[in-house]
Write a protein that binds this ligand. Sequence first.
Ligand SMILES: [Zn+2]
Length: 83
Amino acid sequence: MSKKKSEELQEDPLAWLESDDPFGLNEPIELVPFVCTECKQIDEVPAYIIGEFMVDKRPGEPVILECPYCNGEMFEAKKDPSE
Ligand SMILES: [Zn+2]
């Protein structure tokens, strides 16, 4: 029993992160920060999920997501506050 455990410990638990393609994807996942208007929590949402939401939107219409913390409305956080 203890022998098996020591064998597992010999493997680097983060070794899979070092591989070329740990998630089976060739492209890195782009995360877009969304901020909640109610509780100000920030949630990073994969860009492809936002793309799915934009299917129903008109061009230029903001994507609004539901806050996982308070069920409020979340808008995309602008990286540059001057915009
Ligand atoms: Zn919230």
